[in-house]
Design a protein around this ligand. Structure first.
Ligand code: NAG
Ligand code: NAG
Ligand code: NAG
Ligand code: NAG
Ligand code: NAG
Ligand code: NAG
Ligand code: NAG
Length: 462
C-alpha cells in the first residue's frame, strides 16, 4: 500500500452524471433484499475490473486501485457468493487467485508486483484465500498437485512470520519487505495486525495451539511497542477500549516515537483476530481483548452525525481519504461479521453498527449515471458525490454482513476445510523489549496533517 500521508485528489463526478435515482433499496437482515442490493453493488464493482477486458490483466482492477485492493474485493465477493448462492463470478474469482498467487504459491514475488509489494499487500491476498477455505469456495483447480486455498493462506502466513524482526524494537514486522523501499525502516501496525489476524484464523482453522501462542506473542509485542494501548491516564480519552496506532520508525534499533494515526482497518484486523482466538480457545482473556478492540471501533469510528454509523475518523471529516482509505470500512464490516458469528456474546454490539451502517450505506449508494453508485459518507442520507472501488466494496460488505448469520460458521479442518501440515507452521518468538514511556500527547487535527497522537517512548532495555 502507499503511504497514507499522500492524499490523492478526490474524484468528483462531472455534473452530467449527477444523481438520477433514489437510494438502493434495502431491508437490512433480509437475504433476498441484501442479495438484490448486492447484485447492483457487484455490477458497480465489475465496472472497474480489467481482467475480463481485452488487454487487461486477470486479477487487476483499473488504476489507481492497487493489487491489494483486488484481494480485498475478491474476498468480499466470496462472501457474496456464499450468502446469495450466486455463481456468476465464481470463475472470475478463481482465475484471479490462480493468476496472482505467484510461482511460490504465497503471493510473494508475483510478476508486476515485485518492485512494490509490502507485507500489507501480501496479507490481504492471504485473507482472501483463507476466506475461500473457510467458506468452502469451489477449488480454483482440479489438479491434485495444486495447493488448496488453505495451503495458500498458510504459505502467506509462514512467509510473513519468517520476516519477524527481533533485532529492532524488540520484534515486529516491518512495513516493507524489500530494503530498498521507502517504508523499510517503518514497523507498521497493519503488517503486524495482519499477521496477527491471519495467524489467529489459521489457529482456529487448524486447532493448533502453537499458532494461538504465536498470535498472542504478536499482540504482546504490539502492546510493548505501544502500537496497542488502553488509554487510562487522561480523563478525556480513558475508557474500556484500545487505541491502535499506525506504527513507528526504527531509530538506532528502537521505535521511540509512535505515529498515532487512527485507521479503521488496524482496529478491524485486531478485532477479527481476537474474535477468532476467542472462538478457538473459549478463553475469557481473549473475550476481554475483543471487548477492547471492538470498544475502539465504537469509540473512534461512529460518525458524530448519525447513531452507530461507521465513518473513517482520520480523513472523512476533511473529505480527504485516499483510494486505499476509502475501502477500509469493508474490513471493519467483515470483522464485525466475524464477531457476530464467532463471538455471540458480543453480537448485539456488532449488529447494531452493521445494521445502522448498512442502512446508511444503502442511502449513500444513489449516485452516478446508474443511480446506484456509492458515496463515502454513510450519514448523509444521500450520495455525497464521491465514488470509486473502495466506496463500492465497503458498501457491499457492510450490507451483506447484516445477514452473515445465515451462512453458518467458517470451516475448520474438522468440518468443511482441507487439512494442513502442522509440521510446517512458523511461529514468532516472544518480544524482547521492556520499556517505560514518558508520554507527550499532541492532538493535531488539521486538514493536511492528521496524526492524532504522538507518544514519546523511552527504552529501558532492548
Ligand atoms: C447473480 O449475480 C449476477 C451479477 O451480479 C446478477 O446479474 C444476477 O441477477 C444474479 N442472479 C440472481 C438469481 O440473483
Ligand atoms: C503482468 O503484466 C502483464 C502485462 O500487462 C500481463 O500480461 C500479466 O498477466 C501480468 N501478470 C500478473 C501476474 O498480473
Ligand atoms: C528493490 O529491490 C528489488 C529486489 O532486488 C528489485 O526488484 C526492485 O526493482 C528494487 N526497487 C527499487 C525501487 O529500486
Ligand atoms: C472441477 O471439476 C468440476 C466437476 O467436473 C467442474 O464443475 C469444475 O468447473 C472444475 N473446476 C475447475 C476450476 O476447472
Ligand atoms: C544513533 O546512533 C548514532 C551512533 O551512536 C548517534 O550518533 C545518533 O545520534 C543516534 N541517532 C539518534 C536519532 O538517536
Ligand atoms: C457532519 O455534518 C456536518 C454538517 O452537515 C458536516 O459539515 C460534517 O462534515 C459531517 N461530519 C462527518 C464526519 O460526516
Ligand atoms: C464459537 O462459535 C460458535 C458458532 O457460532 C458459537 O456457538 C460459540 O459460542 C463460539 N465460542 C465462543 C467462545 O464465543
Amino acid at each position: 500500500m502507499k503511504l497514507s500521508s499522500t492524499y490523492s485528489t478526490l474524484a468528483l463526478v462531472a455534473a452530467s452524471v449527477l444523481s438520477t435515482a433514489g437510494a438502493l433499496e434495502l431491508t437490512v437482515g433480509d437475504t433476498d433484499s441484501v442479495c438484490s442490493a448486492a447484485t447492483e453493488l457487484v455490477d458497480g464493482i465489475m465496472d472497474y475490473y480489467l481482467g475480463t477486458r481485452y488487454g487487461g490483466t486477470v486479477g487487476m482492477f483499473q488504476q489507481p486501485y492497487y493489487w491489494w485492493e483486488s484481494a480485498l474485493v475478491f474476498g468480499g465477493m466470496i462472501d457474496t457468493w456464499k450468502i446469495c448462492n450466486n455463481y456468476t463470478y465464481v470463475s472470475t474469482i478463481q482465475s484471479a487467485i490462480s493468476h496472482q498467487k505467484g510461482d511460490s504459491n504465497d503471493f510473494y514475488g508475483v510478476p508486476n508486483q515485485t518492485h512494490v509489494e509490502a507485507n500489507d499487500d501480501q496479507v490481504f491476498w492471504g485473507f482472501t484465500v483463507l476466506e475461500a477455505a473457510e467458506r468452502d469456495f469451489p477449488a480454483y483447480s482440479n489438479n491434485s498437485g495444486d495447493p488448496s486455498y488453505a495451503d495458500l493462506a498458510l504459505n502467506v502466513y509462514n512467509s510473513m512470520a519468517d520476516r519477524w524482526d527481533a533485532d529492532n524494537c524488540g520484534g515486529g514486522l516491518r512495513w516493507q519487505i524489500m530494503s530498498n523501499m521507502s517504508g523499510w525502516t517503518y514497523k507498521s501496525t497493519v503488517s503486524n495486525a495482519g499477521v496477527f489476524a491471519l495467524g489467529a484464523r489459521l489457529a482456529r482453522y487448524t486447532g493448533d495451539n502453537e499458532l494461538v501462542k504465536s498470535s498472542s506473542r504478536i499482540l504482546r509485542w504490539m502492546k510493548k511497542a505501544f502500537f496497542v494501548h488502553a488509554p487510562t491516564d487522561d480523563s478525556d480519552n480513558a475508557g474500556n477500549y484500545y487505541n491502535v496506532y499506525d506504527g513507528a520508525d526504527i531509530v538506532n534499533g528502537s521505535c521511540p516515537v509512535v505515529n498515532g494515526a487512527i485507521w479503521s482497518y488496524n482496529y478491524a484486523l485486531m478485532t477479527m483476530g481476537s474474535a477468532y482466538l476467542y472462538n478457538a480457545t473459549g478463553d475469557d482473556a481473549w473475550g476481554s481483548e475483543l471487548d477492547k478492540f471492538l470498544g475502539g471501533i465504537e469509540h473512534y469510528f461512529l460518525s458524530p452525525n448519525a447513531t452507530d454509523v461507521l465513518y473513517e475518523y482520520q480523513c472523512l471529516q476533511w473529505g480527504r481519504c485516499n483510494n486505499d482509505q476509502r475501502s477500509f470500512r469493508a474490513i471493519v464490516a467483515r470483522a464485525l461479521g466475524d464477531v457476530v458469528v464467532l463471538a455471540p456474546s458480543f453480537a448485539d454490539r456488532a449488529n447494531k453498527i452493521i445494521d445502522a451502517s448498512a442502512k446508511g450505506a444503502a442511502s449513500a449508494c444513489s449516485g452516478g449515471s446508474d443511480g446506484h453508485t456509492c458515496g463515502m459518507s454513510w450519514s448523509d442520507g444521500d450520495w455525497d458525490g464521491f465514488y470509486g472501488l473502495g466506496e463500492q466494496i465497503a458498501a457491499l460488505e457492510i450490507i451483506q454482513n447484516s445477514v452473515i448469520g445465515s451462512i453458518g460458521v467458517p470451516c475448520t479442518e474438522e468440518t468443511c476445510g482441507d487439512k494442513l501440515d502442522s509440521s510446517s507452521f512458523v511461529t514468532v518468538p516472544a518480544p524482547t523489549v521492556t520499556r517505560h514511556f514518558t508520554k507527550t500527547s499532541t492532538d493535531v487535527h488539521t486538514e493536511t496533517h492528521t496524526t492524532s497522537v504522538v507518544t514519546e517512548l523511552f527504552y529501558t532495555a532492548k
